[in-house]
Design a protein around this ligand. Sequence first.
Ligand SMILES: [Fe+2]
Length: 471
Amino acid sequence: MARHLLLFSTLAAVCKGFTSPPSGIWSARSHQTTTAPCSAQINNEDDAPINNHISQLQSRFQKYRSPPFHAPNIERVLLLSDLHCDYSENREWLSNLAATDEHDVSSEQTMILIAGDVSHDLQILRWTFQTLKQTFAEVAFVPGNHELWLDKSAAEGDKCADSIDKMERIIQLCLEEDIRIGPVKVGSLWIVPLLSWHHLSFDSEPPICSESWAGIPSASRTVKLGADYRKTVWPHPITPLDDSVAQLMDSLNDVILDFDNIDEWGEDATILTFSHFLPRVELLPEKRYLSLPTLPACSGSTFLESRLRELNEKMLSKTGGMKHLHAFGHSHLAYDLVVEDVRYVHVPLAYPREWEQRRRSLEIGTMAGDEGHRRFPVSIWEKDTNFPSEWLGGWWSKYYTIMKREPHRTKELAPWVARRFKQRNSAAIVEDFNHVKMEMKHKLQHPSHWNAKGTWYAEKETMKDKKQNAS
Ligand SMILES: [Fe+2]
C-alpha cells in the first residue's frame, strides 16, 4: 500500500510558541497549547531564532491575506484530493469531467475543494486549475507535499530557490487563475482552507515491536528515506528534522486567513475546513495494517488538529451537535469517520495503479466503481441538506466504525504486512484477518455490539434494505 507515502519528511520536535500577528478568530489562539509534544533537545535548544525566522517568513506572505469571499450562488460543494495530474490517465479523467452530464457538473452553483497533491510541476498545476475552472463555478485549493517539491527539470521561469519560494509561486498561481485560498462563505457555511505539513511527533501510538519483527525502518529513518525530505528545501534554520516546517506552515494560516472583520460566525454557522495532511492519527489504519508501519510519522500535523479543535469548540459552544466537517487528503485511503464530534472525509483520485490493485480502499460515494470515467468527486455539502446524511463509504472507516482501535497490539502484523518483514521470535504474531472479517460480519448483523459511531453505518444499511425491499 501507498508506496508514495514513503515520500515524506521530518523528524521530531520543537513546538514552543512564537509570536504571530493577531488576526480575528485565530488571535486568541495560543500556539503554546498545541498538542504537539515538545522535545526541544533534538536540535533547537534556543527557540528564539526559529521563532524569529518564522515571523520573518510570515511577513513575506502578508500581502496574500485573504478576507472571506462571499459565494451566495453556490448550492453544492464537491471534494477531491490527490489528483496526481502528472499521470496522463488522471488528466484525461479530469478533462472528461466537463463532458459528463450524469452529475450536472455544468451547474453554476457547484464549488470544488481540492485538498492538495495535484503536481510538483507548476505548468500541470496551472492546467489543472484552468480545467477545473472551466467545469466548476468556484475552486478552492490547499497545497500538498508534492506541490512543494523543487523541480530540477522545471522551465527556467518556474525554478524556485526553496520550498517557501515555491509556496509563494503557488499562491500567485492561484490568484492568477482565480482559485480561492482564503475563507469562503456560502450562506451560513464557512469554508476554511488550512495549510499544514507533516511532522514525526504527530504519531502518538506505540511502534511495532522491533524485538518481534525485523526489517521495519524506524520512524526517523522512514522520514529521511522519504521524497519530501529529499525534494524540499527550507531556509535555515527551518528544517524537516524537527517540527519547524509544520509550525511554519501552520503559522501561515494566521497570515493568509483574514477574519479581522468578522465579529461572529453566526448562531447557525456550519464549518467545512480542509487540509492536505491528516489532523488525527485515527484517520489512518493502525500500524499493524500498514505496509509500512512507520507511515504515520510522515502523515499529519497536531498543529492542524489544534486548530480544528479550537474551531469546533467555538462552534459547539454556540450551536451544539455536529456542525463541522473536515476534509483531508494524502493517505489515499478513502474515509468517512466521526471522531469527537468532527466528521472527517477523504476522497482521493490517487494513482491509476492503486485503483487496479486495491479499489475497495479507495471507493467512497460517487468516487467508486470499476469504470474510471464514471467516478465523480463526492458531494460533501448541499444547500438544502447540509452535510451528507448517510455514511459515504471508505473501507477502513467502516472497519473503525464497528471495530475498536487497539494500537497496543504491537507484536502483531496483518498477513499482507507480515510477508514484507521477518519474524524474530515466537512472540511475533500474524493476525488472522479471516477471523477479523468474520467478526466484522457478525457485528454488522448485530449493531448492538458496535461502538456509538456505528449507528451511522446502521442507518445506511437500514436505508439500503428499505430500498431493496421497495424495489
Ligand atoms: Fe500527499
